[in-house]
Design a protein around this ligand. Sequence first.
Ligand code: BMA
Length: 319
Amino acid sequence: MSHTKELFRRHPNNPIITVDHLPYPANSVFNAGVTEFEGETLLLMRVEDRRGFSHLTVARSPDGVNNWRIDPEPTLMPDPVEHPEEIWGIEDPRITYIEERQEWYILYTAYSEAGPLVSMASTRDFKHFQRHGAVMPPEDKDAALFPVRFGGRWAMIHRPVSTFPSVAAHIWISFSPDLKHWGDHRVLIPARKGGWWDANKVGLAAPPALTDEGWLILYHGVRTTASGSIYRLGLALLDRDDPCRVIYRSDEWVFGPREEYELFGDVDKVVFPCGWVIRGDEVRIYYGAADTSLALATASLSELLDWLKHHSRHWSSES
Ligand code: BMA
């Protein structure tokens, strides 16, 4: 049964940031990492230039809705000299604040000649960035770190793609003693099959968020149709102490393209968040709309968790 009430409410100012807001010419601004920095909402936005290559630019706002101040120049450019894997740009950052290190860690897609891969950078001020290089070989993307360790090990969610065409693209989890060497890889959230909205291809959207019930996961599912792909969002919940255990996974999508700015753009029918801000009961997702602009939608955390519990009938933690 479908829910009658929409759980996410779109902001009336949507799209909140478009290419016209940028202080320099570009093609599009979309898929942004999100964090809170010095009391403001900070977006690390993917900007695609007019060659087709992406870089990252910071936007800050006191209330997360209005008065965005955008860096006058690109904040983080690809560095193909030191990092040849960034030759065709850097995309889709996900930001995790790691309290233990007092630093923000950013996992992003580096577009290499061998395909997209996962790269890592860290920063304390969103002005200076330390690059840690490629952490997963191609093809792999849609990655984020957990902010804490599990049994002494760091954990990362990511989405490798098999070279076997018949194998679906699943969400995986991997562990590391030092944020450099990764192993103990396993499938976390498999793409479903057949007619499901999230059949064949899924990927993490925002970084995992700790709630009283466990780690809340927002992920995208891709439906392939005769007129192209549809990118929609679903929810899952992971055990607080053992993030390999998926407690719930929504049967239905929770948010999908509906408004004109989501339906039509460089890539039609895409909603693509790379981050969220959860403060008290309010959840704000900042999402790329149709690979063209940035939009905002809000929800209630307790309503999302409640909905997830009641819409996970086809999922059991034993499966
Ligand atoms: C995915 C990523 C995203 C993009 C989406 C829709 O594979 O490349 O950056 O928003 O496709 O085009």
